[in-house]
Design a protein around this ligand. Sequence first.
Ligand SMILES: C[S@@+](CC[C@H](N)C(=O)[O-])C[C@H]1O[C@@H](n2cnc3c(N)ncnc32)[C@H](O)[C@@H]1O
Length: 223
Amino acid sequence: MPIPHDPRQHNEPAPEDPTRFWERRYAESPQVWSGKVNPALAELADGITPGRALDLGCGEGGDSVWLATQGWDVTAVDISTVAIARGQAAAAAAGIDPERLHWVAADLTGWSPTSDYDLVSACFLQSPVALDRARILRAAASRIVPGGHLLIVSHAAPPPWASGLTGHDHHRVFFTPQQEIEALDAPEGEWEHLIVETRQRTATGPDGQSGLLDDAVVLLRRN
Ligand SMILES: C[S@@+](CC[C@H](N)C(=O)[O-])C[C@H]1O[C@@H](n2cnc3c(N)ncnc32)[C@H](O)[C@@H]1O
């Protein structure tokens, strides 16, 4: 029987608690993300008839607020109460009807979707600390109605400026689109694989430098 790895015997720091990590990350600055919708979501949701949407790891709510403005009934979930409070403030500032945008502060590891969805969106649901991402995505995908969509956008590679960052400043796990599909266990008979590709976009780094980022983009439709 393999001997379990004990970090204490290797002088490694204990793994950080995800809630504590993300609460601290958000508390460090008044705004962490741009507040704007992710471009891939804006482009790909544009052709989908609004219904019920679930935003996994919604952060400060840029995507959720945009979805609500497009007529979606949105459930937005994030582990950080600070991020959720910022999302609520952004929604109020945008004049969103609170009945159409439901905020949930919860660790997705222990949270079960409460409804069926026409769209599940996971944009950059990635973390430098523990995250049972595959299980979370599979559980959410199982609640997508026939004809409904699953959109996953993730960092496929570290940013060009990553060598200057410490381990906790950027995500250490990256996914190719094909790895996303394998982790999901979403066979083509049950799902139409509409987009499974890597896309490049220009972004600005922490010191104002410009660079190209690789995103894995996966869009599936349930048969
Ligand atoms: C890289 S951010 C992306 C935020 C947002 N989706 C966006 O695109 O701007 C990852 C988000 O996932 C959240 N998160 C990480 N682990 C989580 C978990 N176990 N349950 C719920 N949310 C989690 C973090 O709090 C953070 O807001």
